[in-house]
Ligand binder design. Structure first.
Ligand SMILES: [Zn+2]
Length: 428
């Protein structure tokens, strides 16, 4: 049975200091990070805010308000003061339809607990800066999750945002995909907390998919009223992942938290009015976002191929025949080779794709592109920053210039071009 999955990914930040005190990250402890009575937090340091801003940029999120901190109240020995300081969600980011990530929270890490019965608490981690990246429930299987996770991890590492020694810690939210389900049979939302590696995430998704499907089929097949058959695991709940068995087990009901404003920390303006762009390397995360929107039906395998090959192939997946795919692939390869696609907005890429799909892509069009003014423009002047607006009129114009084309083909064929095999393209 189909499932839907959303992720909460906790990224320990690679900073020198803790979030709200002057202790060295992972090493020191003081009254503030241990939450002793009478202590109060200091405003976050610049290095933390800078790294948080880079994660916002990578995630494709657009802040519309100031960063405000809140106390999230809960009782657990990992935070002795009884609350965790975290980011207020309301009105921080613009709602976006073209990103799988809908929120990124800057918060303090709790202490780490070891052992089951006689628990030991280590406070060296307590107060470390942590960014929680939350996705929409948009994944349908372990492969999609795996692709997204790997790209995100790569981005975080390339930009030196993630602490090298600590893994990402993921909460996996899973339920059966609601379409086609009998509404009378419960479809609980499961949150598996603190899964520490991709292998474990995959294992956890597969285990839960099996467990949820089997339970659903069993309950659906019962003829007597459901009420008498229901267990506490048939309602929304949190589970723990057991690394040794690869299984999950019931841990508690889903809880709701009380949030109160943390008044010791003033609001922080993240980006100035003319928003300075954070420079981030290899923006796989936002690339993925654009892909998912553009081609929602693409499989994880196709997405992976696209991400590894670059932009050109992403635009061909929609086509049905293999021949069409190869053709369009090459068509775009030539155009896109000379453009910096990260400068494009999703809307521009969609327009470009639609243009290509609505207009017949023939051998003639391809030839025109190879020998066209567009090509010369890109190649001869080495212009790589051409905008989409400049590109489309040229493409349209090219489509009407077929008579001139044949005359220059013979000359163009002899031209040796870097990494494009013109002869192969023309003989296609
Ligand atoms: Zn401290």
């Amino acid at each position: 049975m189909k499932i839907i999955i959303g992720l909460e990914i906790h990224c320990p930040l690679n900073t020198k200091f803790k979030l709200f005190c002057n202790c060295l990250r992972n090493i020191g402890t003081c009254a503030i990070c241990k939450g002793e009575p009478g202590s109060y937090p200091l405003p976050p340091k610049e290095e933390v805010i800078e790294k948080y801003k880079k994660i916002i940029t990578l995630s494709g999120l657009e802040p519309i308000g100031d960063l405000i901190f809140e106390r999230k109240h809960y009782h657990y020995p990992d935070l002795p003061k009884g609350f965790q300081i975290t980011t207020r969600r309301k009105d921080l980011f613009k709602e976006s339809v073209d990103s799988p990530i809908y929120f990124a929270a800057l918060e303090e890490d709790p202490a780490s607990l070891k052992g089951d019965l006689l628990r030991k608490i280590s406070y060296s981690r307590c107060g470390n800066p942590l960014v929680e990246i939350i996705t929409m429930p948009i994944f349908n299987n372990a492969e999609e999750v795996s692709l997204f996770y790997q790209n995100l991890e790569k981005d975080l590492e390339l930009n030196n945002l993630k602490s090298r020694k600590e893994p990402l810690r993921v909460d996996v939210n899973i339920s059966l995909a609601p379409t086609g389900l009998d509404k009378k049979v419960p479809n609980p939302q499961i949150e598996v907390k603190n899964v520490h590696s991709l292998t474990n995430i995959i294992e956890c998704i597969n285990t839960e998919q099996k467990r949820l499907s089997e339970r659903y089929i069993y309950l659906e097949s019962r003829k007597e009223p459901l009420a008498g058959n229901l267990l506490m695991t048939d309602t929304n709940h949190t589970r723990g992942y057991d690394e040794t068995s690869g299984g999950t087990r019931y841990s508690r009901e889903k809880e709701s938290y009380i949030f109160l404003r943390e008044i010791n920390i003033p609001p922080i303006t993240l980006f100035k009015k003319n928003r300075e762009k954070e420079s981030v390397v290899m923006n796989y995360t936002s690339l993925y976002s654009k892909l998912v929107l553009l081609i929602p039906e693409a499989s994880a395998e196709e997405l992976e191929e696209v991400l590894s090959e670059g932009w050109a192939s992403l635009l061909i997946i929609k086509l049905e025949s293999k021949q069409e795919k190869i053709f369009l692939f090459r068509y775009f390869l030539i155009i896109l080779k000379y453009c910096r696609l990260n400068d494009y907005t999703t809307q521009e890429i969609i327009s470009l794709t639609n243009y290509a799909l609505e207009n017949p892509i023939t051998k003639e069009t391809l030839k025109k592109i190879i020998i066209s003014r567009t090509y010369d423009d890109f190649y001869a002047r080495k212009r790589i920053n051409i905008t989409f607006q400049e590109l489309v009129p040229q493409l349209r114009c090219l489509a009407t210039r077929s008579d001139k084309i044949q005359k220059i083909i013979s000359i163009e064929e002899r031209r040796i071009l870097p990494s494009i095999n013109i002869r192969e393209l023309l003989e296609f």
